[in-house]
Design a protein around this ligand. Structure first.
Ligand code: HPA
Length: 274
């Protein structure tokens, strides 16, 4: 299994080197729900479908999101991943392992993740933005199950890079964009949480809940990359709002808030020193 994955990564790295030529992006941005308009801001585009990169996942949603886009935001070179494979699709947390290791293989040093999340903090209503300071892996699944070697014992303190978080906060302040900071719970899904689960997570000291991001953070830290992550609140979590939770509602709120989210992300990517 690992040999197959390693061969796919080698092949993917070789293809990316060839397609990117002299380009040497050090930042990759992984887009979650609500963040897709960011890809429209990329200039000098080269688009590579995931399907042409053997270490990249097949995405259930397919379409435009299963594309790796190379280009520039201002003067900053980036690779933009249009979508991720979620653990709730298969029960496995390692769906993005090949993709992220391939990014590391072509010299990417920072993975900037984005997602949509449910808010567990009344001070953070739908439409709010939150910088992830830390996470709770309540699912207790790891993309590193079966990984050989002592480097599988990854240090997860400061997984969300403290110095880079400071830079993002400075950018938000300069823009006049309200940016919260807090702990994200990875709930495997695909069903939403129960109100009792949300009460438990709040008691655990978390502010946001979602179904992604944490596996990718673990993979990236294991691969020696730095990580940043931004959440867009699309709803109050279960039991905290009268409205019924639905994917359609999540997507509609995400669409309404996405221009502010994308403006912050664009400015942040250009300000980061990597
Ligand atoms: N729970 C889990 N994932 C989510 C939510 C939520 O309330 N909102 C958006 N993604």
């Amino acid at each position: 299994m690992n040999e197959t994955l390693n061969a796919a990564i080698e092949n993917t790295v070789a293809q990316l080197r060839q397609r990117l030529g002299a380009r040497a992006p050090r930042i990759a941005v992984l887009l979650g729900s609500g963040w897709h308009p960011f890809a429209e801001q990329v200039e000098d585009r080269i688009d590579i479908p995931y399907a042409e990169l053997p270490a990249f996942p097949a995405l259930a949603v397919g379409g435009h999101s299963a594309v790796l886009r190379s280009g520039r935001i201002g003067a900053t070179e980036v690779l933009v991943l249009g979508g991720r494979k979620h653990a709730y699709e298969t029960g496995e947390a390692d769906g993005m392992k090949g993709a992220i290791r391939s990014l590391a293989g072509v010299g990417v040093q920072l993975l900037v993740q984005t997602n949509a999340a449910g808010s567990m903090d009344e001070a953070m209503p739908p439409g709010s933005l939150m910088l992830i300071s830390d996470h709770l892996n309540v699912s207790q699944r790891s993309p590193l199950f079966g990984e050989p070697g002592d480097n599988r014992f990854v240090d997860m303190s400061n997984a969300y890079d403290p110095a880079l978080r400071q830079s993002v906060k400075a950018v938000a302040q300069a823009q006049g964009t309200a940016l919260h900071e807090g702990v994200y719970v990875w709930f495997m899904g695909p069903q939403f949480e129960t109100p009792a689960e949300i009460r438990m997570f709040r008691n655990f000291g978390a502010q946001a809940v979602g179904m992604s991001t944490v596996p990718e953070t673990i993979i990236a830290r294991h691969a020696g990359m730095r990580v940043l992550a931004l959440s867009l609140m699309t709803n109050m979590a279960a039991g905290m709002q009268d409205e019924k939770l639905s994917h359609a509602h999540t997507m509609a709120t995400a669409a309404a808030a996405s221009s502010r989210a994308v403006a912050l992300l664009s400015a942040a990517v250009q300000a980061l020193e990597i």
